[in-house]
Design a protein. Sequence first.
Length: 210
Amino acid sequence: MKKLITTLSILACSQLALAGGMESLENFVKSARSGRADFTQVVTAPGRDGQAARSKTSTGTFEFSRPNRFRFNYKKPFEQTIVADGQTLWLYDVDLNQVTARKQAQVLGSTPAALIASSADLNALKKDFNLEAVADRDAMQWVQATPKAKDGQLNSVKVGFRGNELAVLDILDSFGQRSVITFSKLELNTGVSAEAFQFKPPQGADVVRQ
């Protein structure tokens, strides 16, 4: 009987932990209308031909405003800017002096950015993702999001929360490359300027529209 009670208690706690991840995601989507944070991104490419996996680290700042507006400013080791203005997704590579512009509606739906900056509620997210709570780890609650569309480059995203605060995006693409974005100094609903989501190609930059 004691073993049965212990087993049931463990199962109950596990279910509560799993529910915690979905609850954190839902609360974040509902309550976080805008925000800014610093981020560190570690991209690990799978090893090939007997070589070890290779990792590279980038740092920068992130801002978002629902719906469908966000900005990543990569500062180190190379400067790069990604801006979604609600209509167009802009990518500016400073070293190449090149801007790539894509229609936002065609590329944003099943992306990690959609999880944190686009949808106004969980039902909207479920149109593009299968959402599944997974076990707590590293003192965080987790949800795994798998795109319903099978023709994209994204395999899955695990979203980590500390309470209702966004902490980590753990992204796996269809090529086996893993990208872990860790957020810090997160500030929510602090009046991010609309100008942050406006982008004008720098004079002289090569602009590629796709």
